[in-house]
Design a protein around this ligand. Sequence first.
Ligand SMILES: C[S@@+](CC[C@H](N)C(=O)[O-])C[C@H]1O[C@@H](n2cnc3c(N)ncnc32)[C@H](O)[C@@H]1O
Length: 409
Amino acid sequence: MLTSNEYTNKILQGDCIEVMKNLPDKSVDIIFADPPYNLQLKNELYRPNQTRVDGVFDEWDKFESMETYDIFTQAWLKECKRVLKDSGTIWVIGSYHNIFRVGAIMQNLGLWFLNDIIWVKTNPMPNFKGTRFNNAHETLIWASKNKNSSYTFHYKALKVFNDDLQMRSDWHIPICGGEERIKVNGQKAHSTQKPAELLYRVILSSSNPNDLILDPFNGSGTTAAVAKRLGRNYIGIEKESDYIKITEERLKKIIPLEKNLLEHPIQKPQTKVPFGNLIEKGFIKIGESLYSNNFQKTAKVLADASLTWGENVGSIHKISALMLNKPNNNGWKFWYVERENQKILIDDLRQDYIKKFINPNEQIQYQDEKVKKTIKINKALEMENYLKKIIEDAKNKQPELVENEVPTI
Ligand SMILES: C[S@@+](CC[C@H](N)C(=O)[O-])C[C@H]1O[C@@H](n2cnc3c(N)ncnc32)[C@H](O)[C@@H]1O
């Protein structure tokens, strides 16, 4: 078994099934796998102008039969599942040639599908023979380790990434080309180099800084390169030494982003506190009145935490919505209670409840804030009274005007 130092941030040479056997159980956070597609391209392909199409004719993509391909797929996926942490997820990319077989095997192994992403190639290679539709997409399957396992998904970060719109399952990304395409002696260094943009979304959405990301089919090292850039750790596994050399050269040029540029501000979900809890703890009394902001609308609190308003009975939300003639409304931000001649929003009472009973550790800080706030208010009141007094004094000091006497300026 390899130790963490021997596999973290390394590109390991060998057959991925064998190499993975040397990785400990539950050691990696996410896996991105771009396995051989089994394209079954036998003859070279030529364009109408007789130039050769730069397709995938590599030895690593050749399998004797569908059955051999399935046995291979089953073996590497089984190892992936073993080395994946319980909270981890696996991404597998493929085309119509293999993705359905791969998908079925994944499901048979108990991996739980979370999404299939369609990578829409904005600049696909044309169908030169004109005998089929232009094949313009590939499919990524994203799965968790088991049906009920928890996993990382930065929903909010991806929404921001997508101009505040929920990120969809169709990703429009060009195929790898131009400057990004690694070349050796003017030729593509790898026939299936994936665009970094694709890996950027995968890694950003489903992992955290410092996570360990495994790619069992490293190729030109796109996964490792993006992982390094995004402050993650990587393991690449690759059979061919030439591809390992290319990857290592590529990785040398990658400068990881600064840590402060990588953090997702973790948004704590609002603690759920039912209105009834406030009644149970005496923050709100049964039979007391709740008021709208301007005190014009009033409802009474019943023992079961519902409100009555005329003939209507319902939750704080429902009654406030009825009053506003809206389909729904947030009652926490609508209702006030009266305490010592002051109106207090029930949402503030809810925060008091949370601080006192749910997050008592935050209470000290909260109390501090409250004290500071009170001091500020008192200071403001003091200042107001002081100014009032000055004005009053000044008035008193003004010489009385005698009727009809016009002061000269
Ligand atoms: C589809 S390519 C991956 C391309 C990669 N995603 C990239 O962006 O460059 C598959 C790679 O897996 C390698 N490979 C194929 N079978 C393998 C195996 N059993 N173990 C390790 N590597 C293998 C091939 O040499 C090839 O480089």
